[in-house]
Structures are given as C-alpha cells and as structure tokens.
Design a protein around this ligand. Sequence first.
Ligand SMILES: [Mn+2]
Length: 481
Amino acid sequence: MDAVAQEIAERVRASPLVRIVTHIDTDGITGGAIASEALDRAGITHEVAFVKKLDEPVVTELKRRGTPLVWFIDLGAGMMHALHGLDAVITDHHVPTEREIPKVLRSDLLRFAESQDRILMLNPHLEGAGSDVASGAGCAYAVAKALDPANKDLASVAIVGAVGDVQDQEFRRLSGYNREILQDGIDAGVLGAQIDLRLFGRETRPAYKMLQYATDPWIPRLSGNEDACIAFLLELGVDLKVEEHWRSWSDLELGERRRVVNALVAHMLERGCGSKEVERLIGETYTLIREPAGSPTRDAKEFGTLINACGRYHQPEVGYRVCRGDREDSLAEALRLLRGHREYLVDSMEAVAAAGINQMDAIQYFHAADTIRDTVVGIAASMALNRENAAKDMPIFAFAQASDGIKVSARTTRELVARGLDLAEVMKVASGAVGGQGGGHHAAAGATIPPGTEPKFLEIANRMVRDQIRPSRRLDGIDSR
Ligand SMILES: [Mn+2]
C-alpha cells in the first residue's frame, strides 16, 4: 500500500488543483475529511464533492470540467472501465473493473499507453487482499500519511470510516491494513482499542437502553424489552442513575461491567443460545480518546452512525465538518439529523406494518412505495427482520421508490448465510434479468430495477434463494431468536 500511496501523494502535491469526489456514506465522508485536511495542511488547493454513486453522467461531467486532478475516494474502482481520459487518483476498496484500452493502443503500443497512464489507484484488491482490510477512508489515510507522517492523528477518523463500513463486524475486530491505522492512532494518542461488550451506544445511551436495543447478538427476553433490561441490571446491583443522569455503559465501573457481561453470557447460555451467538457479545471496540466522555463522537461506532445520518438526509457537508473538528454548529445539526433519522425509523416501521410483509415459499417481502426513502429502506428491512412479525428463517426483500427506479434491499441472518445464502448473487442475477443492476454482500445486498418488474424479480429471487439454502440441519443458536 505504501509505495502506491507515496506515488499518489506526489501526484497530488504536483497538481495546482485537486477535486475530491467521494461517497455520501460514513466511509466516504470520513475519507473526504481526511483527504481535505491533509491537503489543507500541505497548502494544496482543492474542492470536495459528495456523490450518491459514481455513474456515467458524473464521470462525463468530470471529464467536461477538465480539473487538473480528480481524487476519488470510496468509489472509482467500479468505474475503471469508464475513466479513460481523466487525470485521476483513486483510493477505494471496491472490486475494480477492467480498464478500457482504446483499440489503437493494442499490443506494442500497450507499454506506451501504460507509461502514459493518467490513473493511479490504491486498492487492497490490487494487492490480493479483500474489501474488508481497509476502507475508502483508510486508503485515503494512507495517502495523507504519505503526504506527511504528522497526519497520523487522522487515523481516528479513518477508523470511524472502517467501522462505519462494518469492517469490524465479521470477526468482531478490525483486520489487515486497518490494524496498522489503529496502531498509528494509538501511537498518536488519538485512539484506544479495548475488548468490551460490543453493543451499540456505549457512550450516549443509558446502559439499559443499550441492552434493550441489542440486535447483534439478539439477547432472548432482553432485546426489545425495556422492563426486563432495567430489572436485569438492578438485580446485579447496578445503579441506573446518578442524580438526574442515566448512566451509560461507559459510566459503569470496571467491576460492574464485568458482572453484567458474565450475567449476560450465563443468561444467553441458559436460554439455549449457541456459543457462536454468545461470542458476539464481546469484541474489540474503538474509542477516540480525545473526545469528551459521553459524547457522540467518542465511540467509533456511534460517531459513524452520526455521520451516516448526515449522508442519508442529503447533508454530507454537515458530517464532513464534524469530521474536520467542528463540535459546535455542525455537531448540533448532525445530532438533529440523527434524532430525525431515529424518528423516521419509527415511522418506517409503521409504514412496513401498513404495507404488510408477504411471504413466498423461500423469501418474504414488503413494498413501501413512496412511504420510506430509498436511502433508509435497507435499515427498515433489517429492523423488520428483527421484529416479531417477520419470519426468522427467510431473507427479507424491501422495495421503495427511488429517483432512478425501484430500490430493492435484502437482508438476512448469519444463520442463513452459513447455510449457503448469498444475497449479493441473488440481487445481481435477479435484477440483471429484469433490466436493473445490483450486488452487495452475502447478508445485505441492494439493487435498482425498472418500475413494474417487481413480480418477475421476486419470482427469480425466490427460486434462487430456495436453491441456495441447504436443507436445515439444526444449527447452533438458530432457535435463539
Ligand atoms: Mn466504503
């Protein structure tokens, strides 16, 4: 990574103007903030633009503008085939497409073409690694560090990007190049890593709320049950409040935290959860140690969620300014967007109930039409899957209207992935068959399809899911939900 990062840094340094083009999710916004901060520190003139996706019209517009150098972050790899003619550097972790080499430049001219190459990409896939060893923000960080080793303090924002892209989820800790970034952050005195309960809301949620909202893992009888969570903590002798302040998980003393973790493990085992599920309680958590205790920017996962809310509601600049250090107006605005997002999710659950969840033989689905935004329908699908009224042994597909067609989001459990389900493949094939496009991950995938093709899409998806899932062998923990 370092050699390419160095080359990109030199390209950037030599350019009179750099246009940063980045994605509007947490990874893209944090990556844009890192790049911009590093360029500012180096005195390099630049602009930052956020895009929902990098498609042909965006590329055409960039070519038309003729900026001396474009820096793509968290995107670009998937458009390698269309970037010919642009001067660009790319820091991305998505799978690259093939470069398109003009026909006249074949064979003996190929070497010449390559030596004239105007596109330089830093991407873990080019070094034989997968998407999860570094995020777009992490790749941008590598360039920032190459520009100036003093930029190691930006590692904290890069870790927010990695966690925002759930790169710590599968193994309950970050891996690959992310660990080098983490170490840089620890050395620079901006990051801490600790083994802890990995539920969401360690800093800002009352401890009982953190338990109540637990979904990974789902804790039988506690998840979704406020009274039971309060009783659980009280029985362990944990004070829920100090004066008027609800104590968060981070407010608890080490002894209290240990007691709660031990009790949670025993609780889950007694209720038939398998060891795989119980293990998911614990993992590595990341703290931005210079941020005030109890603040929404102290825990990397909470920080990432805050930034994501900004992107989802079309205010990426707000999140970007928080990442650049604004703890006044932009933070207040970001928190307002996050609160709005939570209210929106509550309303979305009502919209799902109104739409109704329909079952086919291997999948279930709902069609939200224009009642849920396309940027939120994926979370609505996850939440619906965790509710009582959805079947736990089928993936869920959610449809919503988008500006460019019908957005489809699909979600499933780890148990079904372990039995062979691959939603990325389902999305790709089923959407392709109806004239759309899609992809993603095994357990979470998305697509956009032409309006009216939903029935055909569902029919193909249902058949594919049925063929993918191996006959049920009773797995560890599968009945725990
Ligand atoms: Mn990313």
